[in-house]
Write a protein that binds this ligand. Structure first.
Ligand SMILES: Nc1ncnc2c1ncn2[C@@H]1O[C@H](COP(=O)(O)OP(=O)(O)OP(=O)(O)O)[C@@H](O)[C@H]1O
Ligand SMILES: [Mg+2]
Length: 281
């Protein structure tokens, strides 16, 4: 028997983050989202090198950084679409994909992860709507399937949400019958249907034709003004400057600089941030 096989057979089958020192709970955990010293590798390439961020309730955070800097990986780690190798992420004090036992984080079974993941809504670059479901059916699917809402309640809520994103008249359209901007607005309504604590956007407008960008930004702006907690990855620097309370610049898996937009976007302290801004603007 090889050493590896021995290690494998003695490993706790649910421990995806085994054999690491217990993490002292930083106190007090006041943030809605607490990201603490998160490390993530793919194979032997570490792509997140100890990210620590706090998001307060109602805050709008924009994440900026060059391609490959780890923005999507970090967003995906927040709702446990990616596991992490060290550190921790909590939403209002709770882990999404883990539970702490014996000072170590153990990954939860998929069913429990699905329940907890409803606390985090995610909107992707490419909408990710179910193509065989209408706009309304896309929105009611998770409330009924995961939250056990009644069909009647789910439909009533979906109609309210479609109205909120300006698509009351498109409830029975399939994704292929909608423009990219409309599909993205349905995707936002779908994310809101689970009444998440925080909404994550991964470049929500970068797959859209330029004339459709404004309608999606307008919906996101309304959410920001209504007090929804948002974490937005975007290359729309003007939009970030307008709506963000806090801007985080990531490079090569590290937070290089963070602060209010007036600092990070207008008078960055780090040369690397300025270089990035010169390149994107
Ligand atoms: N599933 C994966 N397997 C292996 N490597 C990955 C995987 N996903 C991402 N990576 C690598 O991790 C690093 C960070 O990728 P990530 O997608 O988080 O970057 P990003 O900042 O979102 O980039 P972009 O602006 O291009 O979307 C990159 O080097 C990428 O190649
Ligand atoms: Mg990305």
């Amino acid at each position: 028997m090889t050493l590896n096989a021995t290690a494998e057979t003695t490993r706790d089958p649910v421990a995806s983050v085994p054999e690491r020192a217990p993490i002292a709970d930083p106190a007090p955990r006041t943030g809605l989202v607490e990201i603490t010293d998160v490390h993530k590798s793919y194979g032997d390439q570490e792509v997140l090198h100890g990210i620590t961020l706090r998001v307060e309730p109602g805050q709008v955070i924009t994440l900026l950084g060059p391609s490959g800097s780890g923005k999507s990986t970090l967003l995906r780690a927040i709702n446990h679409l990616e596991t992490i190798d060290a550190g921790s992420i909590t939403i209002d004090g709770d882990y999404i994909g883990y539970e702490r036992r014996g000072g170590v984080l153990h990954e939860l079974p998929e069913k429990q992860v699905l329940q907890r993941r409803t606390r985090v809504g995610m909107v992707f670059q490419n909408f990710n709507l179910f193509p065989h479901l209408t706009a309304l059916e896309n929105i009611i699917e998770a409330p009924i399937g995961v939250k056990r809402a009644s069909r009647q309640d789910a439909i009533a809520q979906a109609r309210t949400l479609l109205e909120r994103v300006g698509l009351a008249d498109r409830a029975d359209h399939y994704p292929r019958q909608l423009s990219g901007g409309q599909q993205q607005r349905v995707a936002i309504a779908r994310a809101l249907a689970l009444t998440p604590d925080v909404l994550l956007f991964d470049e929500p407008t970068s797959a859209l034709d330029p004339e459709l960008v404004a309608e999606v930004l307008s919906v996101i702006r309304d959410l920001a003004h209504s007090g929804t907690t948002l974490i937005i990855v975007t290359h729309e620097i003007g939009f970030a400057a307008e709506i963000a309370d806090h801007v985080v610049f990531l490079d090569a898996g590290r937070v290089v600089e963070q602060g209010p937009p007036a600092q990070v976007l207008r008078a960055p302290e780090e040369a690397r941030t300025q270089e990035f801004l010169d390149w994107v603007i």
